[in-house]
Design a binder for this molecule. Structure first.
Ligand code: URA
Length: 238
């Protein structure tokens, strides 16, 4: 079973090296794709509908307000900040992680720690910017010691996630790791078995891939992650 919430222990220098090496590998894949003439796929043009994007942002406000005073499970007692989302509510692509970690808890923003830096590089390797996608988590409060969310915590938070997805209504959802996939697919999964496969969630294409924290511990998995990201790029540009 893949555990995406293990404490990551390497030093800051090692971290930077690992991130750079993984990001450089992803970039090399991209350059190879460009050389093969698929640059159009790598820069998905996004016809923007500004008015409806603003409407989505407006519709998300009450959901966020509710989250910011949530007491549906005990995690509100130990968290520093609720972590609602980051990015563009009008985005065609939503990344869903597991739960805020320490950095996210301090800043109130998802995916800003080591795994978040790698996620940002993955997004950039796709030819997108972090602000072009929407990023959130299954649960909005940090579990103590970064443990995985308990089923009751994920269940208590599920309505918020479903509201976010329903309002944003993206073309693709990328579930980062087992917990995000389980929250939406409603069944226990082995991420090694389902990653890269296409599922359907409320009419939206759902593609699970490995969590960036897993990728940091297992850099050899970057090939599979890149395959999954390429699949997403293709769907977005289709
Ligand atoms: N891991 C997650 O799953 N989410 C975050 O926001 C940060 C790390």
């Amino acid at each position: 079973m893949v555990n995406t919430r293990k404490e990551l222990t390497s030093s800051a220098g090692n971290t930077r090296k690992e991130l750079t090496s993984i990001a450089n590998d992803l970039k090399r894949y991209i350059e190879a794709e460009r050389a093969a003439g698929t640059a159009d796929i790598l820069s998905p043009a996004r016809p923007r509908a500004a008015a409806s994007d603003q409407k989505k942002a407006r519709l998300l406000e009450p959901v966020k307000k509710e989250v910011l005073s949530c007491r549906r499970c005990a995690l509100y007692k130990t968290k520093k900040n609720y972590v609602f989302s980051d990015g563009d509510p009008g985005a065609p692509l939503v990344f869903i992680g597991e739960a805020p970690g320490e950095d996210e808890d301090i800043q109130g923003v998802p995916f800003v720690g080591r795994a978040g830096q790698l996620l940002t590089k993955m997004i950039e390797a796709m030819g997108l910017r972090r602000q072009d996608v929407y990023i959130c988590n299954v649960i909005k409060c940090r579990p103590p010691n970064n443990r995985a969310p308990l089923p009751g915590e994920a269940a208590a938070c599920r309505d918020y996630l479903l509201s976010q997805i329903g309002i944003i209504s993206p073309k693709v959802i990328c579930c980062l790791g087992k917990h995000a996939a389980e929250a939406l697919l409603g069944t226990e999964v082995f991420i090694t078995k389902i990653r890269g496969k296409e599922f359907e969630f409320n009419g939206i294409t759902l593609i699970p891939t490995y969590h960036p924290a897993y990728l940091l511990r297992n850099p050899s998995a970057k090939k599979e992650v890149w395959q999954d990201l390429k699949k997403i790029i293709k769907i977005l540009s289709g």
